[in-house]
Design a protein around this ligand. Structure first.
Ligand code: NAP
Ligand code: GLV
Length: 321
């Protein structure tokens, strides 16, 4: 197999994620391979064997007749799955220690924030109010993680070691040390009923669309020691029914929410989430993909593939993740 060229199609990243930064990293790790950052009028589509992409436009990837592998420059592939013209070649997603560690930091930060009543304590400080509330131990709180894949299982393990009671919900059965594992729709209610802090790290697929709705949130532990359960969503905005979440915050079904992802991003200035006092909001940066790490990950996979080895973390188009 000859060294096929790599095309980069990168739209809508953050500042430190500029397409030029990706190009320079890929040039470093693919020294003997042609790397095109598109759009580039000199790019010969027939030479492109690999594509590394973030939110490519529908139909863009179909323009490469000799494509062998597509690499998504993030963990979630929902944007690609929505493209009906997606070439029928393997799609590899990101699953690397760097991204996983960043997500675990985010999850632990936000679980602790709600558990340790940080919003209340910061408000007290602003008002110069010395008014400690009872602080329950981690062992009194049940954290339930929806999505026990690469990211969910790592966060679960760290939370368990901090002393939380941790449960996980996934599609297939799992056995993980110290974690109560639930799977499938039949076990979802039991998982929810014991959960005080719900963390969502599911992929967005036709099955998980708007899964975080009133019906589901109302099943969380109503007798939580925290007063009311909290929601943390760092999966995708499409997983949440935003009107339902706002209503649940309003009527006390939920006590608080940390949201990193939204149906519309950037979040419009008139969104009620910006100013809701029960919401801790971050701009989809729970776990950034680092161009240094990910370019090496992609280059290693291409080398192995060209040497006849197997690709890792290949998406199953039937499941959509
Ligand atoms: P993953 O390894 O593919 O894990 C997905 C998990 O979800 C698996 O445990 C899977 O169950 C479970 N799942 C999928 N569909 C399900 C269903 N219908 N019912 C029950 N469980 C279901 O994915 P990951 O690497 O952990 O990433 C998860 C998501 O995080 C990504 O898809 C992306 O949307 C999001 N993400 C967000 C950020 C951010 O900055 N906010 C960064 C990175 C990723 P099985 O184990 O049984 O297959
Ligand atoms: C980021 O959202 C990712 O999917 O990696």
């Amino acid at each position: 197999m000859n060294k096929g060229a790599l095309a980069l199609l990168i739209h809508g990243g953050t500042q430190n994620w500029s397409p030029e930064r990706w190009k320079s990293r890929f040039d470093d790790v693919c020294k003997d391979r042609r790397v095109w950052l598109l759009p580039d009028p000199t790019c010969d589509a027939a030479e492109v064997c690999y594509a590394a992409v973030w939110k490519p436009r529908s139909g863009e990837l179909a323009a490469f007749p000799n494509l062998r592998v597509m690499f998504n420059l993030g963990a979630g592939v929902d944007a690609l799955m929505a493209d009906s013209t997606l070439p029928k070649v393997p799609l590899v997603r990101v699953a690397v220690g760097d991204l996983t560690a960043r997500m675990t930091e985010y999850v632990v930060l936000h679980v602790l924030m709600h558990h340790r009543q940080e919003p209340y304590l910061r408000a007290s400080q602003r008002e110069k109010r010395w008014a400690p509330r009872f602080q329950w131990p981690a062992s009194a709180i049940s954290v339930g993680i929806m999505g026990m894949g690469t990211l969910g299982s790592d966060a679960a393990d760290v939370l368990r070691r901090l002393g939380f009671r941790v449960s996980g919900w996934s599609r297939s059965p799992k056995q993980l040390e110290g974690i109560s594992c639930f799977h499938g729709n039949a076990q979802l209610d039991t998982f929810l009923q014991r959960t005080d802090i719900l963390v969502c790290l599911l992929p967005l697929t036709p099955e998980t669309q708007q899964i975080l709705n009133r019906g589901l949130l109302a099943k969380l532990n109503p007798n939580s020691p925290m007063g009311a359960p909290a929601l943390i969503n760092a999966g995708r905005g499409g997983l949440q029914n935003e009107a339902d979440i706002l209503e649940c915050l309003d009527d006390g079904t939920l006590g608080a929410a940390s949201l990193d992802v939204f149906a519309q991003e950037p979040l419009p200035p008139d969104s009620p989430f910006w100013t809701n006092p029960k919401v801790v909001l971050t701009p989809h940066n729970a776990a950034d993909t680092d161009p240094d790490e990910i370019s090496k990950y992609v280059a290693r996979q291409i080398e192995r593939f060209e040497a006849g080895g197997a690709l890792e973390n290949v998406v199953d188009p039937g499941r959509g993740y």
